[in-house]
Write a protein that binds this ligand. Structure first.
Ligand SMILES: [Zn+2]
Length: 365
C-alpha cells in the first residue's frame, strides 16, 4: 500500500516535470505594446491631461499584466518613457522582433465635447468620414519627423487622396486583426463597462507598416470631460489596461491552441479526413484557401481566380473574402496552400461547417 502511494507520488512528479519541461520549450509569443505619441508630440490635449501621458500609463500597465500573468508572452514596448518615436520606427520595432501582435494605444479627441466611448481599428478602407478623421489625426504625427514626405513615399496625412490606397489593399492579417479588435471592444463594454463605438477600419500608417496582426485602440475621448477624468484616474487606467490585457490573452491563447492542434498528428484520421468524391454532407468540415479580402465585390471570372477551381465567396465584418479549393482534409488544403505561394503569397487555410466559418482548431477536433 505504502509502496503504491510512493510510486504514485513519483509518477505525479515525473508527469509534472515533463509538463514543465514541455511548457519551457513552447515558443513564446511576442506582443508589441505601442504607446502613441511622446516627446514633442503630445497627441491630443485635454483640460487636465495629455494623450501621450495617459497612453504611456495604460501601455505600461498592459505590458505589466502580460508579463506577470502570461508565461508564454514576451512584451516589447515601442517606448517606455516620454520620448518621441517616429511611426516608421514603431513598425520597425514590431517587424524586427517578429511580433505576433501589435497593439497601438491612443486616446481620441473631437472638436465637440459630446462624443464619448471606445473604438478599435484594424487597417482597411474607411466606411465614413469620422473614421477617416481619426486616421488623419493619428497619421498627422509624421509631420514631427524630418523628411517625412520622403520616408512615407509622398503620403500626405491630411489629403483624402492619400487614403485611396487603403481601399485597394489586401491585408493578409485582416481576419486576425479584426478578431483582436472585437475582443478588445467586447472587453471594454462587457467588463470595463465602457461605451463601445465598435470595431472599425481606416488607413493608419503605423498599422500599414507592420507585417503582423495589428490594431489601434482609442480608449475614449480626452475632449469629453467625464472620460478625461476617468482616463486620468488610476482606477480608470487599470480598468482600460486590464480589458486590453484580457483581449490579448484570449487571442494569444487561441493562437497557441491552434498551433498545438496543428502539431497534433492525431488529426490526420479524424472524420474530417474523408476522400474527395464521397457523398457530400453539409455538416462536414470543409477547408478552403483564402486568398483575398476586399471591400469591393470581385467576380469569379477575374483573372486572379480563372485558373483555380472551387471559387467561393463569403462576407465577414462587411468585407468580401475569396477562397479557392475545397478539401475535406487539412493536409490536402495545406498542399494547395503551399503550391499557390507564387500567386498568393499570403494565402491561408480557413474552415467551414456548412456555410459557417469555424476556427481551424475546432475543425481539427
Ligand atoms: Zn493618438
Amino acid at each position: 500500500m505504502c509502496k503504491k502511494i510512493i510510486l504514485a507520488i513519483l509518477l505525479i512528479n515525473i508527469i509534472t516535470i515533463n509538463t514543465l519541461h514541455c511548457n519551457d520549450n513552447k515558443k513564446k509569443k511576442t506582443v508589441v505594446i505601442d504607446a502613441g505619441h511622446g516627446g514633442q508630440d503630445t497627441g491630443a490635449i485635454g483640460a487636465i491631461s495629455k494623450e501621450k501621458d495617459l497612453v504611456l500609463n495604460i501601455s505600461l500597465l498592459v505590458g505589466k499584466y502580460l508579463t506577470e500573468y502570461m508565461d508564454n508572452v514576451n512584451v516589447v514596448y515601442t517606448r517606455k518613457d516620454d520620448t518621441f518615436v517616429p511611426l516608421r520606427d514603431r513598425a520597425k520595432i514590431a517587424n524586427d522582433s517578429k511580433a505576433d501582435l501589435f497593439v497601438s494605444i491612443h486616446i481620441n479627441s473631437n472638436k465637440s465635447d459630446k462624443p464619448d466611448g471606445t473604438e478599435t481599428f484594424a487597417i482597411g478602407p474607411h466606411k465614413n468620414e469620422s473614421n477617416l478623421e481619426v486616421a488623419k489625426k493619428e497619421n498627422s504625427v509624421i509631420v514631427f519627423e524630418e523628411d517625412y514626405s520622403t520616408h512615407y513615399e509622398g503620403f500626405d496625412p491630411n489629403s483624402a487622396e492619400s487614403y485611396i490606397m487603403f481601399s485597394m489593399m489586401q491585408n493578409i492579417n485582416i481576419n486576425q486583426s479584426l478578431s483582436v479588435a472585437s475582443y478588445i471592444e467586447t472587453e471594454f463594454s462587457e467588463k470595463a463597462r465602457r461605451k463601445s463605438r465598435g470595431v472599425k477600419q481606416a488607413g493608419f500608417l503605423v498599422l500599414w507598416l507592420t507585417s503582423m496582426p495589428s490594431v489601434l485602440v482609442e480608449c475614449g475621448f480626452i475632449s469629453n470631460e467625464k472620460e478625461e477624468v476617468y482616463l486620468s484616474s488610476t482606477q480608470g487606467q487599470e480598468y482600460i489596461a486590464s480589458a486590453i490585457y484580457r483581449a490579448i490573452k484570449k487571442y494569444i491563447s487561441e493562437l497557441t491552441a491552434l498551433e498545438a492542434a496543428l502539431e497534433e498528428p492525431a488529426h490526420k484520421n479524424k472524420p474530417a479526413d474523408v476522400k474527395l468524391g464521397e457523398t457530400q454532407n453539409e455538416n462536414r468540415v470543409v477547408f478552403r484557401i483564402q486568398t483575398t479580402s476586399s471591400s469591393e465585390k470581385i467576380e469569379k471570372t477575374h483573372p486572379q481566380f480563372s485558373k483555380y477551381n472551387d471559387f467561393y465567396e463569403y462576407t465577414e465584418n462587411d468585407t468580401y473574402k475569396y477562397t479557392i479549393g475545397k478539401f475535406y482534409s487539412y493536409d490536402d488544403a495545406k498542399k494547395m496552400q503551399d503550391s499557390i505561394q507564387a500567386d498568393f503569397p499570403g494565402a491561408f487555410i480557413v474552415a467551414f461547417k456548412g456555410n459557417t466559418k469555424i476556427s481551424i482548431a475546432d475543425a481539427l477536433k
